[in-house]
Design a binder for this molecule. Structure first.
Ligand code: PLP
Length: 419
């Protein structure tokens, strides 16, 4: 059974202070995951996790991760700015973008971030803007299908990202000619994987590529970035990834492929978002309407603008009706938000305890790609974000949007001054 990281008693107090809906984050859980990840890769001297800012772009969260020794993975101008404001700089920042605007590259270069190029043509683009730095990374796309022991995980051949194998070789040669001295290899081949084999399988592919690149181009490979993609069990019957086993699997590939090639000094990087934060956040909402037509509906005060994954991917988010954890799940509901879109359903045909108006519903695992995918459709406002601290107190780490925020981009008109 999935249990929220907050008890009903705690939550009843929290909602007295912060009106629903809001995203709640668990500081203790975040620190624990960061420490376990460090432990899993402690065998690698240069190991570093670059937290994927896009998963939860909140400076208070980034600060916690910074205290745990993490860097940040940015993909846009504002993510770079937020990281800068939090005190990240230089090699604390990985800039893994694609279809990158010139000003983003310029800002990344200004911060001396490590730039991870998404395409061969970006070599000339970057060179003409700011020159080629001594340390640079390239994103690899092996094409075809990506399988783990005969199970197809994803389809890199259809993905827009990265260099082909031939482009990696030509790219490293070209970059060396333009002054690059230390190289990274990056790839992200499957998302939200819950097998312990994802990183080890990916690592072996990248390690073999690293050996080939070194042989064919003479480049010094300084790091290999396994990027994101380690998943979490959104459903109660799914298994948690064993991160220590994952670290061991990568170590085995490292010792079998890199060490014999005289490359035992290569640093391993990760850019985990979902794994680090997903289970450490939840969306807290209140049941505000019930509707009995051809189906039974519960309307809550959150909508897809606060959590887009169910509407966008049909994603499952477990729901706990607070205070009714021990009651039988003998009612079948669609749990909906208020957007004028029929896909604004957090759950369809979900068996839950009988829900009464005013009940608090917790949507699990919204800590990554939750708040951050929010939007303002239907004029809905983004919610607050609240941090449950290690000592049990709470801190507002983002206030809820107000109508004034929504109208802010019309501030030149004078029309909305009254709000
Ligand atoms: C989204 C993303 C990540 C994080 O992915 P998760 O699935 O949240 O771990 C890491 N790196 C890059 C380049 C990404 O685009």
């Amino acid at each position: 059974m999935k249990k929220p990281f907050v008890t009903n008693e705690q939550l009843q107090k929290i909602v007295e202070e912060y009106p629903t809906p809001f995203h709640l984050y668990d500081e203790k859980g975040i620190r624990e995951r960061a420490r376990n990840l460090q432990k899993a890769f402690a065998w690698n001297k240069g190991f570093k996790e670059y937290y994927a800012v896009k998963a939860t772009p909140n400076p208070f969260i980034l600060k916690i991760l910074q205290e745990e020794g993490c860097g940040v993975d940015c993909s846009s101008l504002t993510e770079l700015m937020m990281s800068e404001a939090c005190g990240f700089s230089g090699s604390d920042i990985m800039f893994s973008s694609n279809d990158t605007p010139a000003q983003d590259f310029q800002y990344a270069a200004k911060l001396h971030a490590t730039i991870n190029l998404d395409d061969f043509t970006h070599i000339d683009f970057l060179n003409s803007l700011v020159g080629i730095p001594e340390t640079i990374s390239c994103r690899y796309n092996p094409g075809g299908k990506f399988a783990i022991s005969n199970t197809i995980m994803d389809n890199p051949g259809d993905a827009k990202y990265g260099f082909t194998k031939e482009q990696m070789i030509e790219g490293y040669k070209k970059l060396q000619g333009l002054g690059a001295k230390h190289f990274g290899i990056h790839a992200f081949l499957a998302s939200n994987t819950t097998t312990n084999e994802y990183y080890p399988t990916l690592a072996r592919i990248l390690f073999e590529l690293a050996v080939e690149l070194k042989e064919k181009t003479g480049a010094h490979i300084a790091f290999i970035n396994l990027s994101g993609g380690v998943g979490i069990p959104y459903r109660p019957e799914q298994q948690e990834v064993d991160i220590l086993a994952v670290g061991e699997g990568v170590r085995k590939a490292y010792e079998e492929v890199l060490v014999p090639a005289g490359m035992g000094d290569v640093a391993i990087f990760t850019e985990l978002g979902r794994y680090m934060l997903g289970p450490n956040g939840c969306l807290v909402t209140k049941a505000i309407h019930e509707k009995h037509i051809y189906k039974e509906y519960i309307g809550v005060d959150a909508c897809a603008a606060n959590l887009m994954r169910p509407a966008m991917y049909g994603a499952y988010h477990h729901i706990t009706v607070m205070g009714k954890e021990d009651q039988p799940c003998d009612h079948q509901y669609d749990v909906t938000g208020g957007l004028c879109e029929n896909n604004d359903k957090f759950a369809i045909d979900r068996m839950l305890p009988k829900i009464d108006m005013g009940d608090l519903l917790v949507f699990h695992d919204t800590g990554a790609h939750g708040f951050s995918m929010g939007y303002n459709y239907n004029g809905k406002l983004r919610s607050a974000e609240v941090l449950l601290k290690e000592d049990g107190t709470t801190q507002l780490i983002r206030r809820a949007e107000t109508p004034k925020d929504y109208f802010a981009t019309f501030d030149f008109t004078g029309l909305f001054d009254q709000y």
